[in-house]
Ligand binder design. Structure first.
Ligand SMILES: C[S@@+](CC[C@H](N)C(=O)[O-])C[C@H]1O[C@@H](n2cnc3c(N)ncnc32)[C@H](O)[C@@H]1O
Length: 267
């Protein structure tokens, strides 16, 4: 076996021993990301200690895009690609060729807003605004949003958005935390130990932030504009009820393959 083969075999062995199911694939990604043998050793060590692969290599694949991810920032999930698809379809129903004003609240890395903008761009103009409460997420989102043009703000939900957006947002896409507080302890260690609690905790029934977003959304949405919120199958009735209580017309949409659910509330 040549030296490269030995390096790979060693990385695969360490990853497999730590319980990584896709040890070969992960080793190849780490080898491609590492600049030196020392860096590779460090990366394998971080990965075997449980740090999410995406955080170790510094990026996640999402909707066919490479999204930068940093320590302390929520790793975008495959499931949220459904939310992106629903947001794009909602935008196109409202204005088939744009232009669209899109806002992504609780944006984390900015993956969702960036993917919505990238999906709409070939068809029409998009103005993207994104916001998150965590400074690490805002810094990461600024890097990602730069690729599609747009602005990232820091603060609680709608608070940091410019008042000039009031009554003008066509699509408000939100993947807020929705894990019930008592269920965080049951999450896989990669999420529980390596993602910030602010990114996971949705309050006692997981729908607390959905209620806050839904209550304020009508003031920010354009006539005919929609709030597109990721939720779970179990929580969807409560998420939809929050939108109905705010005066929006709510529709639940789901995808079994991705185990994904979204509620679309239209003004
Ligand atoms: C589940 S993560 C989703 C991140 C991103 N939307 C995605 O899908 O990859 C939830 C995000 O909401 C942010 N967040 C939590 N509470 C917030 C609040 N009150 N205002 C703004 N952002 C908040 C967290 O910092 C975290 O980045």
């Amino acid at each position: 076996m040549n030296q490269a083969g030995q390096v790979r075999a060693s990385a695969v062995g360490r990853l497999r021993a730590a319980g990584c199911v896709f040890a070969e694939d992960e080793a190849d990604l780490l080898i491609a990301a590492a600049g030196t043998p020392g860096e590779l050793d460090d990366m394998v060590q971080r990965r075997t200690s449980g740090v999410p692969l995406e955080v170790v290599v510094g990026w996640a694949e999402f909707c066919g895009l490479r999204i930068a991810v940093r320590p302390g920032v929520f790793v975008p999930r495959r499931r949220s690609e459904f939310l992106v698809g629903e947001a794009i379809a909602t935008a196109r129903r409202l204005a088939p060729a744009g232009p669209w004003l899109v806002a992504d609240l609780c944006c984390g890395s900015g993956a969702v807003g960036v993917a919505v903008a990238a999906g709409l761009r070939p068809v029409g103009q998009v103005e993207l605004h994104a916001a998150d409460i965590e400074p690490a997420a805002v810094a990461c989102a600024r890097d990602n949003v730069a690729a599609v043009g747009g602005t990232v703000y820091q603060g609680d939900l709608f608070d940091p958005l410019p008042a000039t957006l009031c009554g003008r947002i066509d699509v408000l896409v939100v993947n807020a935390p929705y894990v019930p507080t008592s269920e965080i302890a049951m999450m896989p260690p990669e999420a529980r130990l390596h993602e910030p609690r602010t990114a996971l905790d949705g309050g006692p029934d997981g729908v607390a932030i959905h209620r806050r977003v839904a209550a304020a959304a009508p003031d920010w949405l354009a006539p005919g504009g929609s709030l597109v919120l990721e939720t779970s199958e179990r929580q969807a009735p409560e998420t939809a009820a929050a939108m109905t209580a705010a005066g929006l017309t709510a529709v639940v949409s789901a995808d079994d393959e991705l185990d994904a659910t979204a509620v679309i509330g239209t003004r």
